[in-house]
Ligand binder design. Structure first.
Ligand SMILES: [Mn+2]
Length: 380
């Protein structure tokens, strides 16, 4: 995927690459992850194309600053921590087209860096909007370097009100989560590049072209089937930006398949050298080397305790094995066979197993806690 992107940078005669954070998924990435990313930026630098990178919430700000020192040699400007406009928070980058780009960089700032524990604990009232006001103040400072004769770009890794998160149509709302608002976006920006939310999307309410390019690949099974894209932005100082979303090529997709448990019984278990399996329903193109979530249908009999290992030995590319089990019904000795368990059902089954009966009050409390635990899960 990164190789394909580097080819596109060359083919499209790109002047400047913007990467809006979560360069890595963890603060201390693996050597292999670093090798892939650094190879990409070196390759782009060798094409004489500068890049700007800001830290996301998954990145270590200090590490981004650290490797950024060396990455300057590959024409990469890496910004791990927020800096005032005249101390590195806003940089002017010459481009080969001759039009300079002025880039204001706002790496991720956690709500806890702005707000006290007390404020974060307050629902509603003054705490609502406090994050947005702090962000607005920072943006006002870093964009002070914008110029009339340049292409002015703002980069930020944040949660923007109105953005669509996850697979539902749920939108970020400032009253229910830390979120920035479009008020902070200066009318002088030609383009605002946002990072944090995985889905490629424009922020419709923004006063200037403002986009999440989104993640380069499907990152959890909730994003299965989603087309991931990067944005090509054509912009000049005296013209509005034209934005084209272009699909990434080469990433391994995520796919969910269901197989029968009987497939792994006795002599039918072959070694990992089994010819690649064909999944007819749903149809899976194994040439894409998908990362698979395998649901094993165990409803016809007992569950083999070794099933997880067997599935991984036979099917290539398995990242997750889930079991479709007979559904227990409290008080019923003969299990009824039916679909996947909802978390509430699993909890009820657990209580049953413990010799307790799940009262409506307990299950209701479980639901409330479970819902609370999901807040923020579909963002990264
Ligand atoms: Mn993020």
């Amino acid at each position: 995927m990164l190789d394909d992107l580097a080819v596109a940078v060359e083919r499209e005669r790109i002047d400047l690459v913007l990467m809006t954070g979560d360069v890595f998924d963890v603060a201390s990435p693996s050597a292999e992850a670093e090798r892939l990313v650094f190879r990409f930026f070196r390759r782009v630098g060798q094409l004489d194309v500068p890049s700007v990178v800001i830290a996301g919430n998954h990145d270590s700000p200090a590490r981004v600053e650290a490797w950024g020192q060396l990455a300057e040699l590959a024409q990469v400007t890496a910004c791990g921590v927020v800096k005032p406009h005249d101390q590195g928070g806003c940089v002017t980058i010459p481009t080969r087209s001759g039009e300079p780009a002025v880039v204001a960089m706002l790496p991720f700032v956690g709500p806890s860096q702005f707000l006290s524990a007390q404020e974060l604990g307050v629902a509603g009232g003054e705490a609502v909007g406090a994050y947005a006001r702090h962000m607005q103040r920072l943006v006002a400072d870093i964009t002070r370097g914008f110029r009339a004769d340049a292409v002015n770009l703002l980069m930020s890794h944040t949660h923007m009100e109105g953005a669509v998160v996850g697979t539902s149509e749920r939108r970020v709302h400032v009253a229910e989560a830390w979120a920035a608002t479009v008020d902070m976006l200066p009318a002088t920006a030609h383009y605002v590049a946002l990072g944090h939310i995985h889905r490629n999307q424009a922020i419709a309410a923004a006063p200037v072209p403002t986009w999440y390019a989104g993640a380069p690949m499907q990152l959890d099974f909730g994003e299965e089937g989603e087309v991931k894209a990067y944005n090509i932005v054509e912009v000049h100082p005296d013209e509005p930006a034209r934005v084209t979303a272009r699909p990434y090529v080469g990433a391994r997709p995520l796919r969910t398949v269901t197989v029968l448990a009987s497939m792994f019984e006795g002599d039918s278990i072959a070694s990992a050298s089994t010819p690649s399996l064909q999944f007819d329903e749903p149809r899976v193109d194994v040439s894409e080397r998908p990362h698979l979530r395998v649901i094993v249908d165990c409803t016809a009999g007992a569950v083999d305790p070794d099933i997880n290992r067997k599935v991984r030995a036979v099917i290539p590319g398995v990242v997750s094995v889930d079991l479709l089990r007979p559904r227990p019904v409290p008080g019923d000795t003969q299990p009824v066979l039916q679909g996947m368990f909802a978390p509430r059902d699993l909890y009820a089954a657990y209580l049953h197993h413990q010799g307790q009966r799940g009262t409506e009050a307990m299950l209701g409390a479980f639901d409330a806690l479970y819902q609370a635990s999901l807040v923020g899960e579909d963002e990264a």
